[in-house]
Design a protein around this ligand. Structure first.
Ligand code: CA
Length: 424
C-alpha cells in the first residue's frame, strides 16, 4: 500500500533547516512537556514539535478515532493500540496539516505558537511504557569478533548462530531516555585471572551501537507472527545504546548469559521513527548460508539502509567520531527476529522493545563497540584532544546518530546521548 505521507514531493510551510533529520516525510512521534504543558504526544517537524493534544482540541483530528486522553498522555502506548493502519492514518493527517497546500492549520495564526513549539523550549520524556525488552545478537561481524576475543578464535561463531536469531530477555526498568546521565556500574570483576574475584567499579565500560524496534499488540499467547506479517506489528524504531560492563560480563556470563553486565542501563533516542517512514530505504539483506528454516524465510527487501555513527565527547573538548556503521549489515532482519521470537507461541505486547544487537560492519572503523574498536584494549583509539580510549571513561559522553537518505530526502533519528558519571 502506498503511504501518502512518504511522498518525496511533499513540501511543508514550516521552515526546515538544511540537512534536518525531520522533514515532512519523517514525522516521528514522541512525548514532550513544557513548564505550561503536561506530558503529551508530539510530532517532530524540523526544529519544532507539533502538539497533537492542541490539534485535537482545535478539532483538527476529528476524523480520527482519538480521544483527548489518548493524546494528553505520558506515553504513546494508548494511541499505539490503534495498530499499524490507525497510526498510518494519523501520520497521513499530520502530513496534510503541515503540507504547504493545506491551510487548515496555517489559518490558526493567532494560536500557532501553542500548537507548534520550538524544540529548544520543550523537554522530552520516555515515550513508551516498555513492557518487555528483548535484545538480539544479530550482527555476524560482532558475534564473530566477540567469539574470537572471549572464546575460541578458530570457532568464533557458535554452530547455532547461523540458524537462530539469537537473543535474550533484558530488563525494561533500566531503559532510559537520551540525555539521562548514568553512573559507572560496580560489581564482581576478576582482573587477575589467577586470583579470586573482587568487588569494584567496572573498568571496561562499553557502549553497544544498536537500533531497537517497538511493537504494537501482537497475537494471543500460543500463536506466532510470520516473517510476512512481522512488519504489521512494528510501530517504529529508535537508536539504542545497550551499555555493557565488559569485565563484569566476562566473569558472570558463563554459563547463562548476560545479567548485571547489561541491566544497569540502556539508552534510547526520544523520537520514534515509524517503520512507515523508513519504507523507501529498504535494501537487500546479506545472503544467508546455510539456507534458513522455513519459518525464517522472507520475501523481498527486509533490511534498511540506516547510516549510523558513534562519537565520544570527553568533558570540555570536542567530540571524536569513533565508529561509522550501517543497519543494513545485520545478518538477521527485524521480521526474522520477530518471527523467531514468537514461533514457540511467546506473545508480544504493545510497547515491547526489541534491540537489534550491536551493529558492526566488516571494517575495523565500523565496529559497534569499544571492545571491538580497541580490540579488547590492545588498540587504543586516539581522541581529537590527544588522549586515548580503550573503554569509556568517567565524564565521557557517548553520542549515537543515525539517518537514512535517498533522492534528497533524509529521514533521521536525531541522537541518543548519555554522559557517564563516576561510580557512586
Ligand atoms: Ca546488546
Amino acid at each position: 500500500m502506498e503511504i501518502k505521507a512518504n511522498n518525496p514531493n511533499l513540501k511543508t510551510w514550516v521552515d526546515i533547516p538544511e540537512n534536518s533529520d525531520f522533514p515532512i516525510q519523517n514525522l516521528p512521534f514522541g512525548i514532550f512537556y513544557t513548564s505550561e504543558k503536561s506530558k503529551r504526544v508530539g510530532v517532530r517537524i524540523g526544529d519544532y514539535v507539533l502538539d497533537l493534544f492542541e490539534l485535537h482540541k482545535k478539532g483538527l483530528l476529528n476524523q480520527l478515532p482519538l480521544s483527548g486522553a489518548d493524546l494528553n498522555n505520558s506515553f504513546l502506548n494508548d494511541i499505539m493500540k490503534q495498530g499499524k493502519i490507525g497510526m498510518r492514518n494519523l501520520r497521513n493527517r499530520i502530513s496534510d496539516l503541515l503540507n504547504v497546500e493545506n491551510d487548515e492549520l496555517q489559518l490558526l495564526k493567532a494560536d500557532i505558537g501553542s500548537i507548534l513549539i520550538a524544540v529548544d523550549s520543550v523537554k522530552m520524556s520516555m515515550p513508551i511504557n516498555i513492557g518487555d525488552y528483548t535484545d538480539f545478537y544479530s550482527s555476524k561481524e560482532h558475534a564473530t569478533n566477540v567469539g574470537m576475543m572471549f572464546r575460541d578464535p578458530a570457532n568464533a561463531l557458535l554452530p547455532n548462530w547461523l540458524w537462530i536469531p539469537v537473543g535474550y530477555h533484558g530488563r525494561a526498568s533500566s531503559v532510559i531516555l537520551s540525555g539521562v546521565d548514568i553512573h559507572r556500574p560496580k560489581g564482581q570483576i576478576k582482573p587477575d585471572p589467577q586470583a579470586d574475584p573482587i568487588f569494584a567499579p567496572c573498568r571496561n565500560l562499553d557502549f553497544e551501537l544498536e537500533t531497537a524496534f517497538i511493537t504494537f499488540d501482537g497475537k494471543p499467547l500460543g500463536q506466532s507472527i510470520s516473517t510476512h506479517e512481522a512488519e504489521d506489528f512494528i510501530f517504529g524504531m529508535v537508536l539504542f545504546n545497550d551499555w555493557s560492563a565488559r569485565d563484569i560480563q566476562t566473569w558472570e556470563y558463563v554459563p547463562l548469559g548476560p545479567f548485571l553486565a547489561k541491566n544497569f542501563a540502556s539508552s534510547m533516542s526520544a523520537w520514534i521513527v515509524t517503520l512507515d517512514a523508513l519504507q523507501p530505504y529498504k535494501v537487500d539483506s546479506p545472503i544467508q548460508k546455510p539456507e534458513v528454516l522455513e519459518y525464517l524465510k522472507f520475501e523481498g527487501k527486509m533490511s534498511y539502509d540506516i547510516q549510523l555513527e558513534v562519537a565520544i565527547q570527553p568533558e570540555t573538548v570536542e567530540e571524536t567520531v569513533v565508529c561509522r556503521s550501517n543497519f543494513k549489515y545485520m545478518y538477521w532482519n527485524m521480521s526474522q527476529q520477530l518471527a523467531h521470537h514468537t514461533v514457540n507461541g511467546c506473545n508480544i505486547r504493545n510497547g515491547d522493545l526489541m534491540g537489534s544487537g550491536t551493529i558492526s560492519g566488516s571494517t575495523p572503523d565500523s565496529y559497534g563497540s569499544m571492545l571491538e574498536l580497541a580490540w579488547k584494549g590492545t588498540k587504543p583509539l586516539k581522541m581529537n584532544d590527544g588522549s586515548e580510549r580503550k573503554f569509556i571513561q568517567d565524564n565521557d559522553t557517548v553520542i549515537m546518530r543515525g539517518y537514512s537518505t535517498k533522492d534528497g530526502i533524509r529521514i533521521g533519528f536525531g541522537e541518543v546521548k548519555t554522559k557517564v558519571l563516576p561510580v557512586i
